[in-house]
Design a protein around this ligand. Structure first.
Ligand code: GLN
Ligand code: ZN
Length: 761
């Protein structure tokens, strides 16, 4: 009999209830007990929605982040946030301090910096990085987890708590001194032992212990740590289900099969091919949990195909088989049922968290009682799968043909950079240290209101256009007054740098409530890339042309690049990511060429998310970079030598991808550097990066206004690494989250800094 379980459920709520409650609490609009009640209600609702499972997950709920919860569970709280320093009255407040920091503006307290945040493996979820020092001590703090387990048990179900394993926990964290975090394992393991003992006391039989680092490349010392940890936890009074997800085990497979745990969860979406080898290598008593439903995408599972594969495994494993989603459902939206406006065809192809658990239950019934007990469900599923496969909205033969026709010439500029640069220098005649911005200007309440009214059809297109023109004119006039050299139209018409393009491309759909937690209370709603991509008409030309008509300075056309559009979307599972990326590249290429035809001479193609798409294993990086960079080149390089291509990449380290960045061959790249004190430029320097660079000199993430002197100093540091002739002066990123009253003085100082340096040159 196959058993069902779930690795975690999204906690934000189908209408983002958690987000709104958190933010109200932070603004002081509700008190702590109201927040706690809201959390309790959400948990209860989510357990009800999971009631078909044999084991309910507990401990997957969090008021901010599950890794931070783990830090609190293990008593690893940064000393700067501990109660004595902050006057916080409750642990929850301390918890939020660590998550969010506290600025000097908050009443009567000194500043506390927020914990660092970083990407959870290759997802778009961000966790608070555990902090370690030589003195880090751990102590068990289990009350919250235990009370959530008790809540879950009150649903009359078996409860399987979910915790992060000790080795992954250490791996996720960062040493704040010169210590070696692995040395903390000996201090950590007794706390885990104590925790497992307490869980057993609470009536828990199985604990899911997550070690997703097993899908990454591990040094021997980390492999040893895994071995040591599970040997030491072997005698604990609960059964451990060791969970891995997001990829294949590869050379970690022999290691995992030797760990003395009661069961292993394998991501049978990404590591399907390893299933047999894993089963064969495990002891005959071991539970095998197969993640057969994709926890990372929003597509229906092909249930019949899954059963064809699973049935022989089920008869081999009998009671040893568990089935589940591939990973926590944290990474998918909650409930497709909330969607009112999705096209019915497309909707019939989708499954969000709630629907994925229904699929799981159908699979269970089919395995345990026979497919004939779920005939209707299987038929309906088959129909949806077939309809998607055959739909003309998914398949566009001319797009497929265009991708098949891609050849090396398409990504090639007419001439190499030095030749182009000479032509462009003559044409633009820009001063030394040319100044520009990254694209967006403040998204004021007025702009947002106008966009919303237009979306609701409360104002006509003509009225909307004229409102946007006013905004563009305002931004252009301000830039003229500031004396910037290369202007932008300000992106007033864009809600989001991906959604704006997705909405105009064929092959994209948009949900109403398809939110996924990104970090804390922040959620994103990735557009759904469902079909072959084509561009019915120009997407940005009118706005840019209008903006150019207002000034004699060059106006940058502003686009989002194919790789970023791809990486911030839910993508197709019926073709490789690279194919979708090439399709996007061809669409953006058409836009670039239309801009050029319309007289736009400088075009920026943003690739903020290029680095984010790097696979978990370094051995797979080259493959990704090859098609990602080629996609960028296809989109950018269909222009004449005199057209200047810019790209922009924020939150990036470039050390290990610098040669790919150089292969992009953009005439100008603007990057985020101000907080790194220009050290990020070292790698460009050492690589002899040949093209122009605009290292950000103004950190746009804070309201602080950088002084002229600070920026002069940063530019001088940049000029130690990159010849001044190839340096541009610009902020770190777009200014949409700032206010005009911050932006104006900051840019005044920035322009003044450039002028000062020009005089010295
Ligand atoms: N052009 C975009 C802007 O200025 C770039 C945003 C980004 O890189 N995240 O907002
Ligand atoms: Zn940016």
């Amino acid at each position: 009999m196959a058993i069902t379980h779930n690795l975690g459920f999204p906690r934000i709520g189908s209408q983002r209830e958690l987000k709104f409650a958190q933010e109200k609490y932070w603004r002081g609009e509700i008190n702590q007990s109201e927040l706690i009640t809201q959390g309790k209600q959400l948990r209860s609702k989510h357990w009800q929605q999971q009631s078909s499972l044999d084991f309910l997950p507990a401990g997957d709920f969090s008021f901010y982040d599950q890794v931070l919860d783990m830090s609190f569970l293990l008593g690893n709280i940064p000393s700067r946030a501990s109660n004595s320093h902050t006057n916080d009255s409750t642990e929850l407040d301390t918890y939020f301090r660590v998550a969010r920091g506290r600025s000097a503006h908050d009443s009567g307290c000194s500043c506390i910096s927020a914990g660092e945040m970083t990407k959870w493996f290759d997802t778009n979820y961000h966790y608070i990085v555990p902090e370690f020092t030589n003195d880090t001590a751990f102590s068990l703090n289990p009350e919250k987890l235990l009370s959530q387990i008790a809540e879950a048990q009150s649903h009359n179900a078996k409860v399987k708590p979910v915790i992060i394993g000790p080795v992954t926990y250490l791996w996720l964290g960062k040493e704040k001194d010169a210590s070696n975090k692995l040395a903390l394992l000996d201090r950590l393991l007794p706390v885990y032992q104590a925790l497992l003992a307490q869980l057993a006391n609470a009536g828990v039989e199985w604990v899911q212990i997550d070690e997703p680092i097993l899908v990454t490349e591990l040094d021997q010392e980390w492999k040893n740590a895994l071995q040591r940890s599970y040997l030491s936890l072997q005698k604990s009074p609960v059964k451990l289900l060791l969970a891995t997800y997001f990829g294949q085990l590869q050379d970690n497979l022999p290691l995992i099969s030797q760990l003395p745990v009661a069961g292993i969860h394998l991501d049978a979406i990404n590591a399907k091919d390893e299933t047999t080898a894993l089963i064969d290598s495990l002891p005959a008593s071991s539970i095998v949990s197969l993640g057969v439903i994709n926890g990372r995408n929003i597509w229906k599972t092909d249930l019949n195909a899954t059963l064809d594969w699973l049935e022989p495994i089920a008869s081999q494993l009998q009671d040893r088989l568990w089935i589940a989603p591939s990973c926590s459902l944290l990474h998918v939206p909650v409930d497709l049922g909330s969607e009112e406006h999705l096209d019915p065809d497309i909707k019939s192809w989708l499954a969000f968290a709630h629907q994925k658990l229904e699929e799981l239950s159908t699979l269970q019934t089919a395995l345990n009682q026979g497919r004939q007990h779920v005939t209707a469900a299987l038929e309906a599923n088959q129909q949806a799968i077939n309809s998607r496969r055959q739909s003309p909205r998914v398949n566009n033969p001319s797009v497929q043909q265009a991708v098949a026709n891609i050849d090396a010439k398409l990504g090639q500029r007419q001439s190499d950079y030095p030749h182009r640069a000479a032509i462009q220098r003559n044409k633009f005649n820009l001063p030394l240290y040319p100044t520009t911005t990254i694209g967006s200007f403040p998204q004021t309440a007025g702009i947002r209101a106008a966009r919303l009214q237009f979306k609701k059809a409360e104002i006509s297109e003509v009225d909307y256009t004229s409102l946007m023109h006013q905004e563009i004119k305002y931004a252009v006039d301000e830039q003229e007054a500031l004396g910037l050299d290369v202007l932008v139209h300000g992106e007033a018409e864009r809600n989001d740098m991906v959604e704006y393009f997705g909405e105009q491309l064929q092959g994209y759909a948009f949900s109403q409530y398809g939110w996924v937690q990104s970090y804390g209370s922040r959620c994103v709603k990735p557009p759904i890339l469902f079909g072959d991509i084509s561009r019915p008409k120009a997407m940005t030309v009118n706005w840019t042309q209008y903006a150019q008509s207002l000034t004699t300075k060059p106006m940058k056309g502003m686009l989002t690049g194919p790789v970023t559009i791809l990486n911030w979307s839910f993508v197709r599972d019926d073709q490789p990511r690279s194919d979708s990326c090439y399709q996007l590249a061809l669409a953006i290429r058409e836009e670039v060429q239309d801009l050029e035809k319309a007289g736009v001479t400088i075009i920026q193609i943003d690739e903020a998310a290029l680095r984010e798409g790097l696979p978990l294993r370094q051995s797979q990086w080259q493959d990704y970079l090859t098609w990602a960079i080629e996609s960028f080149r296809i989109s950018a390089n269909g222009v004449g030598d005199a057209t200047q291509i810019h790209t922009h990449m924020c939150y990036s380290e470039f050390n290990d991808i610098i040669s790919a960045i150089a292969d992009m061959d953009a005439d100008v790249i603007t990057i985020e550097t101000s907080r790194s004190d220009m050290e990020l430029l070292d790698v460009f320097d050492h690589f002899n990066y040949p093209n122009d660079i605009g290292p950000g000199v103004y950190d746009i993430h804070t309201p602080n206004i950088p002084t002229q002197a600070q920026m002069v100093e940063l530019i001088e540091k940049a000029a130690e690494r990159i010849p001044a002739e190839r340096l541009w002066i610009n902020p770190d990123c777009g200014l949409k989250t700032r206010q005009w009253k911050e932006v104006i003085p900051a840019l005044q100082n920035m322009v003044a800094a450039a002028k000062t340096l020009r005089q010295r040159a």
